[in-house]
Design a protein around this ligand. Structure first.
Ligand SMILES: Cc1cc2nc3c(=O)[nH]c(=O)nc-3n(C[C@H](O)[C@H](O)[C@H](O)COP(=O)(O)OP(=O)(O)OC[C@H]3O[C@@H](n4cnc5c(N)ncnc54)[C@H](O)[C@@H]3O)c2cc1C
Length: 391
C-alpha cells in the first residue's frame, strides 16, 4: 500500500470521496473492496432516490461501439475496456443481495430517417469497421424486421450486437447497498470541499464547518467540479414514458438520426422507455424547457409513431461533466493527496466501474491499465485550482 494512505489517524478514514454520483460510489466501492477505510460525502447521503447529479438522468446505454464514430479512438478503447468490468460489479451486487441493476447485452439498432442520414450512418459504420468493432449495415426492411414499430419511412440502419445497457438508478441503489451494508462505509449527507494545509490535502471541510481528516481525497463532484477543474457542465434533457409491459413497443435501444439530429430510445424490461437527450452548452442549468421536450418527442415520434400514445411519466434535465478533450480526468494531480475522478461527459455510467478501479490504483500507487493512462490529469497544465477558477 502507498505510504500516503497509511498516514491516517486511527479512527479517521484512509480516503474521503467527495460526490456520491456513479463515479464517486464506484470509486468508494473499489477502495473499500481493497480494504481501505472510506467515507463518502454527498448532500444526498445514502438515500437511493431521487439523487442530484447527471447519474439520476442517465439512460444507461453502455455503447462504446455505437458512440465510436462520435468519439476519438482513445475514448472508444476506454469504453470497450469499461464494458468488461460490469459482469464482476453486477455479480458483487447480486451476492450482496442488492437490487438487480438490469445490466443486459441487448445490442442496439442505429437508424437513419432520410438518405442524408443514411450517408452519415454509413460514414460512422466505416469508422467502426476501421477500428475493428462489430457493426453491420441494415437495409430498411431489415430494420423493421428487428423493430416493427419503426416508421415505414426509415431509410436504413446499423446493427450493433455488442452494446449493453444498465439501469443507472438501480446501479446506484446497488452500490449504496454494498457500501453501507457490506463494506460499512459512512455516507455523510453534506457538501464539502477539499481542505489544504501547507499545500497538501488534509481532508474535507463540510458545509457545517466540521473538518474530516484523511490523507487522500477523491474529487468526484461531476459538473460541480467545474469551479476547480477544467470541466464544463453540458446540460441534457431526457424523458421517461411508460410502455405496456406485456407489449413493448421496442425490443432494442434505437439510436436515430432524423434530418441530422440525434435521438435515442431505450426500452427497459419493466416497460419504461427513456428518450434522450439534448446537448446544451448553457452552464449549470437544470430547467426543463418546452423546446427541449418538444424536440425530443418530435424526433422520437418521427422514428416510432406509436410513441404518441404512451404516457409521459418524467421530464428531467441534468448536467454532464465534460472535459476539453472528451476524456475524463482520473488520477493524482499536482496537489498532494488529491485524486481526480471527473469529466466523464456523456459516458460516465459506461466508464464507472473502470474509473472506480483506476481511482483505487491511483490511491494505492499501482500502475494504471493502458487505456486509463490517457486520462492522466497531468495532460492539462492546471488540472485543479482549489481557490476557484476564473469564469
Ligand atoms: C441526460 C443524460 C443522459 C445520459 N446518458 C448516459 C448514458 O446513457 N450512458 C452513460 O454512460 N452516460 C450517460 N450520461 C452521462 C453520465 O450521466 C455522467 O457522465 C455521469 O453520471 C457522471 O457521474 P458523476 O458521478 O461524475 O457525476 P454526478 O452523477 O453528477 O454526481 C456528482 C455528485 O456530486 C455531488 N456533489 C456536488 N457538489 C458536491 C460537494 N461540494 N460535496 C459533496 N458532493 C457534491 C452531487 O450531489 C452529485 O451526487 C448521461 C447524462 C445525461 C445528463
Amino acid at each position: 500500500m502507498n505510504s500516503t494512505v497509511m498516514q491516517g489517524n486511527s479512527g479517521s478514514p484512509d480516503v474521503i470521496v467527495l460526490g456520491g454520483g456513479i463515479i464517486g460510489l464506484s470509486s468508494a466501492w473499489s477502495l473499500a473492496r481493497a480494504g481501505l477505510r472510506v467515507v463518502v460525502v454527498d448532500p444526498a447521503g445514502a438515500v437511493a432516490r431521487p439523487r442530484p447529479g447527471a447519474t439520476w438522468a442517465a439512460a444507461g446505454m453502455l455503447a462504446p461501439v455505437s458512440e465510436a464514430s462520435l468519439a476519438h479512438e482513445p475514448l472508444t478503447r476506454l469504453g470497450t475496456a469499461a464494458v468488461q468490468r460490469f459482469p464482476d460489479l453486477v455479480e458483487s451486487i447480486r451476492q450482496a443481495g442488492g437490487p438487480d441493476p438490469q445490466w443486459r447485452r441487448t445490442g442496439s439498432v442505429a437508424v437513419a430517417y432520410d438518405s442524408a442520414d443514411r450517408d452519415e450512418l454509413r460514414r460512422r459504420h466505416d469508422v467502426q469497421h476501421r477500428w475493428g468493432l462489430d457493426a453491420r449495415m441494415l437495409e430498411a426492411d431489415e430494420c423493421r424486421d428487428l423493430e416493427p414499430a419503426l416508421d415505414p419511412g426509415v431509410a436504413g440502419g446499423v446493427l450493433i450486437p455488442d452494446d449493453h445497457q444498465v439501469n443507472p438508478r438501480r446501479l446506484v441503489a446497488g452500490l449504496l447497498h454494498m457500501l453501507t451494508r457490506v463494506a460499512g462505509v459512512e455516507v455523510i449527507a453534506r457538501a464539502g470541499r477539499p481542505q489544504l494545509v501547507g499545500g497538501r490535502v488534509e481532508g474535507v471541510r463540510l458545509d457545517d464547518g466540521q473538518m474530516r481528516s484523511a490523507p487522500v481525497v477523491v474529487l468526484a463532484t461531476g459538473a460541480w467540479s467545474s469551479d476547480v477543474c477544467p470541466v464544463r457542465p453540458v446540460k441534457g434533457q431526457i424523458l421517461r414514458l411508460r410502455m405496456s409491459a406485456r407489449d413493448a413497443l421496442l425490443r432494442h435501444p434505437v439510436r436515430g438520426i432524423v434530418a441530422g439530429r440525434e435521438v435515442y430510445l431505450v426500452p427497459r424490461a419493466d416497460g419504461e422507455l427513456v428518450v434522450g437527450a439534448t446537448t446544451e452548452d448553457v452552464g449549470l442549468d437544470e430547467s426543463v424547457t418546452a423546446a427541449g421536450v418538444y424536440e425530443l418527442l418530435r424526433d422520437a415520434i418521427t422514428l416510432v409513431p406509436g410513441i404518441q400514445d404512451l404516457e409521459l411519466t418524467e421530464t428531467l434535465a441534468r448536467c454532464r461533466p465534460a472535459s476539453p478533450d472528451g476524456l475524463p480526468l482520473i488520477g493524482r494531480c499536482h496537489v498532494p493527496g488529491l485524486v481526480l475522478a471527473t469529466g466523464h461527459g456523456r459516458h460516465g455510467v459506461l466508464l464507472s466501474a473502470l474509473t472506480g478501479d483506476a481511482v483505487r490504483d491511483a490511491v494505492l500507487g499501482r500502475p494504471q491499465d493502458d487505456a486509463v493512462t490517457a486520462c492522466d490529469p497531468g495532460r492539462f497544465t492546471d488540472p485543479v485550482t482549489l481557490e476557484g477558477r476564473a469564469a
